[in-house]
Ligand binder design. Structure first.
Ligand SMILES: [Zn+2]
Length: 322
């Protein structure tokens, strides 16, 4: 374990010493035809494939198949999910048959309860485990989020009943929906213990959830080195457009490499601070990731989310590093 840490550190040092190829790769806005719903804006990325933004929580994906519809992620509240489903009716009258949860976080799954028994809610095994047994309402990221959500959203959460998936898988699940092939893929642990990437091989589109956003993702449940490896597997898929769980659609794989660099750099810097006795709270203030601001413009100064450094320290302990 220690050897591996050292190897990662050395890798970073070499990159830094020779200067990373400073190709700015921040997500460039792509333009698609738009259908504006009451709540959601739908960008038509391909025939029957829409990227949905404007709700509370996750950005979602709508996949209209020959006979039915798949939704990817359900947002933060049941009321929001009802608004989402109402807006989807502007796109198609076909019935919703599948709902995919890309991972267990509340902002992707707390609309699940509005769907009836005729709808399959599909996710990785770990999502079921977390939502049925993980006591998710007393834990991060929900715990802190309810201190920041607006009063109207909090009111909507009164009816919330965390609802686990009804169908799960481990490594790969292929759904043939009429003429459309939809692959659900897990590349190991990363953003969480069970992330799903939805891949449309024919359309060369991927919906990557929070495993890969166009911005920096929450790291409070991360498996940092496995995340980097999972992103490597993501890059191997033959796709041209990524529809992330938050942010904007982006083309190509440069941003994914930039995010791998960010995570590797964070591991090294966090490990150094931990070894020198700095608390995770102070590390959150001190870690300077500003060299990644060209790829992730939300970085405007030193510091990262303290839930990320707390998790990083815990993960370093789990790994036997530090
Ligand atoms: Zn998430």
């Amino acid at each position: 374990m220690k050897l591996r840490m050292f190897a990662l550190g050395l890798g970073f040092a070499l990159t830094a010493a020779f200067g990373a190829q400073a190709q700015p790769s921040s997500a460039k806005p792509m333009t698609f035809p738009v259908v504006q719903g009451k709540t959601y804006k739908f960008e038509k990325v391909a025939d029957g494939v829409y990227y949905a933004t404007g709700g509370v929580g996750s950005n979602n994906v709508v996949i209209v198949n020959d006979n039915d519809v798949m939704l990817v992620d359900t947002g933060t509240t049941p009321a929001n999910a009802r608004n989402f489903v109402a807006d989807v009716k502007m796109l198609t009258n076909k019935p919703i048959k599948y709902v995919v949860n890309t991972h267990w976080h509340y902002d992707h799954t707390d609309g699940n309860q509005i769907f009836g028994a005729d709808v399959q809610i599909i996710a990785h095994d770990f999502v079921k485990e977390m939502i049925s047994k993980g006591d998710v309402l007393t834990k991060e990221p929900y715990k802190t989020s309810i201190t920041t959500l607006p009063p109207a959203v909090l009111a909507d959460l009164k009816e919330l009943k965390p609802t686990p998936p009804t169908r799960t898988y481990k490594d790969k699940l292929v759904i043939q929906a009429g003429s459309r092939e939809i692959q659900l893929l897990n590349f190991g642990r990363g953003h969480t213990g069970g992330d799903t990437v939805v891949f449309l091989p024919k359309e060369k589109i991927v919906a990557s959830g929070d495993l890969m956003e166009s911005r920096l993702a929450y790291m409070g449940d991360a498996y940092f080195d496995e995340w980097v490896e999972a992103l490597e597997k993501l890059k191997k898929l033959d796709f041209t457009v990524d529809l992330p769980g938050h942010g904007i659609p982006f083309a190509g794989k440069g941003l994914i490499t930039a995010y791998q660099d960010y995570l590797n750099d964070l591991i090294v810097k966090g490990n150094e601070l931990k070894r020198s006795g700095v608390t995770p709270e102070d590390a959150a203030k001190r870690i300077d990731m500003t060299s990644h601001a060209k790829d992730f413009p939300q970085i405007t100064g030193p510091g990262v989310d303290v839930r990320g450094t707390r998790r990083l320290y815990a993960w370093l302990d789990e790994r036997g590093g530090g």
